[in-house]
Design a protein around this ligand. Sequence first.
Ligand SMILES: [Zn+2]
Length: 323
Amino acid sequence: MSETLRMPTLQSFGSLPLARVSLDRGGDLRSTPSLIDELWGAHNARVMFIARGLSPVVNGSLLLADSATVKRPVLTVYLGRTLADDPDHGGIPAGTHLLLAVLDSVDPGILDEDAWVGLRDAALSLSGRDAGIFVQAAAIANWHGKHTHCPLCGALTEVVEGGWVRRCPGDGSTHYPRTDPAIIVAVVDNADRLLLGSAAAWPTGRFSTLAGFVEPGESLEAAVIREVAEESGIEVHSPQYLGSQPWPFPASLMLGFIATAVNTNQVPDGVEIADVRWFTRDELAAAVSTGEITLPTGASVSRALIEHWFGGPLDLVPAEGRP
Ligand SMILES: [Zn+2]
């Protein structure tokens, strides 16, 4: 039996910082045309703001404002209902409706500019509940920002269904939010070493698991095999799915796999990937502790895959860029 098959399923994926279920998304309410009109200013609704990926944070929590006190923007999205009573936000009860106000730019009238933070920076410091809301908000706001016009006729589309659909007034076509699936894979050889790559665009010494977008008409398993071969020259078999996490920078869904290498003579593609190396656990721990290499942030699927293989946290040194 191979090393891969003896590995347990990655239980920790359910608690990854950006994979939290924070709201009942209330899909049943979206078809009500007056939904946001009714909720804006209602006593049982709060509003979150987002501007170019930034959202105001107060005392470590997302600002969830009383919408009666703020001007309604052009674009508002219905995010859903809170699932539990929330002591972090001054006692917001379960079932409170949450609206997302999508702004063109940071509004210092809502909160000082330096209190607006990005999801990457806030992911590990926010509560799981807030991180989950932020991921949902960032993803839908990103989609609206890049899909304002009909791809068929070029007309400006209308926002309908509580902000989850755009409809063309010219030809009636409807357009739904898009997510780009990307595989990310821990490649392990028969000696239980881990393969990590360093992208050409990264600082020297930064290593991560290999990853890439799934192409149209391609299965996840085929994408794992293709991407690993393209980037490293390594042939893998038996990709096993471990878990997923949205990564809305701008629209990815990272699907984590582990796969077993057939060969070990790695060859970086020299374009996207500048270096590919095999690590034993001792070698990786040593390289991290001396600062020879840095690993991805703790909010990432890559970090979770690496630590899954390693068998525990790799918190030996404060790596560059880690929260
Ligand atoms: Zn159209």
